[in-house]
Write a protein that binds this ligand. Structure first.
Ligand code: BDR
Ligand code: CA
Length: 315
């Protein structure tokens, strides 16, 4: 089994990724670290515990991470993100039974440092929220990149952003952290931006099939994704009718079905300074690109593969 750590800001799509990573027989979830993002840290942590308790995986440690971006007091243009429509997408608390278990005492940064430093074989890191925890770990010990066989990031956008016209939420929410992570020298960085996740749309019919499995994971995933479809159909996300992207789950699906995405090896940087385009991932797609490629960027994702791996894993 492939050993991984998920770094999450749970959130409805993070929840589906956690269910998938915790239940897939070829994945070994070494721990989950939480970060400020879709909702505040207390809620991302509590939501993560709810998800793991629901499926009897409270053996997986949940480690609370940073409650704020690494270099800013809040999100760039925080007011903009605090629109009610964003809350509609994720809710503050996920609609799942209250958590019975508690977060671990060691923080996300402590857990990541200790696990990576003591690893006898390399691990996969899958951050699907703002990159504040990962950047902090790298600031303390840049050599941990050597313990990571692959970093799989949900974040960024080439054609269009979601939180602003230029930027995708996870990178925008902590642009300095993303800039550090992208230039840290990971042997393989796979970036799954909106360009890919917006192609792997999950439909109401797919949700009905998941609900019909009758399992806690199938029912929960169906309910959470249906809420996303409702929000997108009401115009709260980038336009989609009766279907929604489940961004973070594309990353866990990629671990077991790498053919789900097609990638290009590109030089990617992050804008940390402009007020208009802060958080934009600048991807040099030109034939005569300047700079060494540092990321395998996904430009497409296959919805059939996503739905198939989710449905079989939740059965
Ligand atoms: C990303 O931001 C959050 O809203 C989602 O959980 C996902 O990780 C999409 O831009
Ligand atoms: Ca997320």
């Amino acid at each position: 089994a492939r050993r991984l750590i998920l770094d999450v800001d749970t959130g409805t799509d993070d929840a589906v990724a956690i269910l998938h990573a915790a239940l897939h027989p070829e994945l070994e979830l070494a721990g989950v670290t939480t970060v400020n993002g879709n909702v505040g840290l207390a809620h991302t942590t509590d939501n993560t515990l709810r998800v793991l308790d629901l499926i009897g995986r409270s053996d997986v440690g949940v480690h609370p991470g940073l409650a704020h971006p690494i270099a800013r007091r809040g999100f760039p243009g925080q007011k903009h993100y605090e629109r009610d429509t964003d809350r509609d997408m994720h809710g503050t608390s996920l609609p799942l039974p209250e958590a019975r278990s508690k977060a671990r005492d060691s923080t996300a940064v402590e857990f990541l440092l200790e696990t990576l430093r003591s690893a006898t074989s390399r691990l996969t890191l899958v951050p699907v929220g703002p990159l504040s925890n990962i950047a902090t770990v790298l600031a303390i010990d840049p050599s941990v990149v050597e313990a990571v066989d692959e970093l799989v990031v949900m974040g960024g956008a080439h054609a269009y952003g979601n939180v602003t016209a230029s930027a995708e939420f996870n990178v925008w929410a902590d642009p300095e952290a993303a800039a550090m992570v992208f230039s840290a020298g990971f042997e393989r960085l796979t970036l799954v931006p909106l360009d890919a996740t917006h192609q792997a749309l999950v439909t109401r019919r797919d949700c009905e099939a998941m609900a019909a499995l009758g399992t806690p994971a199938g029912r929960a995933a169906a309910d959470l994704i249906t809420r996303r479809i409702d929000a997108y159909s009401a115009g709260h996300g980038i336009s989609a009718t009766d279907a929604a992207p489940v961004h973070d789950a594309v990353c866990t699906a990629y671990l077991v079905r790498p053919e789900i995405i097609t990638t290009r090896h590109l030089h990617v940087t992050v804008d940390t300074s402009s007020s208009l385009t802060v958080g934009r991932t600048v991807m040099d797609t030109r034939p005569n690109a300047v700079g060494e490629p540092n990321a395998h960027v996904a430009f497409s994702a296959d919805p059939a593969i996503l739905v198939e791996t989710l449905t079989t894993t939740f059965a």
